[in-house]
Design a protein around this ligand. Structure first.
Ligand code: GDP
Length: 296
């Protein structure tokens, strides 16, 4: 189910309640059933769907609600705020500071859109007056350095990497040191991915993190991965000090659930979403407007 469809189903469920003559527990139950089924189909974790239902039921207490209260509005508002709550971990991501070398490390599975997102992120902050630079610490995938080099050249962003050095830790350290010396204030470290969460990937990621000591670790996740989102995001969070999430490929057959699960698993906010292959196809993610847009 694509994202727009999820929004459509939730809106329809709320609408059907609006059409009912009397809103009683049975009507609310039916409405919540429909919303829960839409969320599950959009790959929102089962546990959160249950939590959401329980919370809404608590807010909408038919015994306590005095006559004359607008139950419809209360229910609609609580659905909206529950969705926003799911997307809001309660603390903002690290904010880049001007005048110091901010080191930002990107982690994620191969194919998630990590390298593309590194460039988009650099380009975004370059336009905001930062002086970014990119380090390719991915020695696992053949062609990774060439891809980063190509992207960086297009965006006119300095880059560092090696065709011969096989130790990603060494490259990361050298690259970060060089760009610090050159006065860059945003140093992006792109790390290796693997096809799945595996021990070698996490060992390497940890070793790179230890040596570059990043101000922020960004977990990049393909929005179309389905129910695997929670486990995947949690595996990265357990190894690395993930502080923010970027969900990619929201222009495709994206399911909103992945973003919700990633936030819950990493206790970190989604800061951007990727909406295409081009450098400028990166949108600032804001939970309230995302949910409002979702619900039309
Ligand atoms: P990495 O292996 O994680 O570094 O992934 P890449 O950055 O190489 O991206 C894998 C593929 O996904 C490439 O073909 C990218 O062009 C594409 N891609 C990345 N982000 C997006 C996005 O937001 N939307 C779309 N449609 N494609 C994307």
């Amino acid at each position: 189910m694509v994202l727009a469809e999820l929004g459509g189903r939730i809106t329809a469920a709320l609408q059907s309640m609006t059409n009912a003559t009397v809103i009683d527990e049975a009507v609310l139950k039916e409405c919540l059933n429909e919303i829960a089924s839409a969320l599950l189909q959009a790959d929102v974790n089962v546990k959160f769907v249950k939590e959401m239902r329980d919370n809404i039921k608590k807010v909408v207490n038919f015994d306590d609600l005095a006559a004359g209260h607008n139950k419809r509005r209360i229910i609609q508002q609580s659905v909206l705020s529950e969705l926003v709550r799911m997307l809001d971990p309660g603390k903002p991501a690290y904010q880049l500071k001007k005048g110091k070398p901010n080191v930002v490390m990107f982690v994620g599975l191969q194919g998630s859109g990590k390298t593309t997102t590194c460039t988009k992120y650099s380009y975004y902050y370059q336009r905001k007056g930062f002086k970014p630079a990119m380090v390719c610490a991915d020695t696992f995938r053949a062609g990774a350095f060439d891809q980063l080099k190509q992207n960086a050249t297009k965006a006119k962003i300095p880059f560092y990497g090696s065709y011969t050095e096989t130790d990603p830790v060494k490259i990361a350290q050298e690259g970060v040191e060089r760009f610090k010396a050159e006065g860059c204030d945003l140093i992006i470290v792109d790390t290796s991915g693997r096809h799945k969460q595996e021990a070698a990937l996490f060992e390497e990621m940890k070793a790179v993190e230890d040596v570059v000591n990043p101000d922020l670790v960004i977990f990049v996740m393909d929005s179309s991965i389905g129910q695997a989102a929670f486990a995947q995001a949690k595996a990265f969070k357990d190894t690395s000090n993930v502080g923010a999430v970027v969900v990619t490929k929201m222009d495709g057959h994206a399911k909103g659930g992945g973003a919700l699960s990633a936030v819950a698993a990493t206790k970190s906010p989604v800061i951007f979403m990727g909406t295409g292959e081009h450098m400028d196809e990166l949108e600032v993610f804001e939970a309230k407007s995302f949910v409002s847009r979702l619900l039309g």
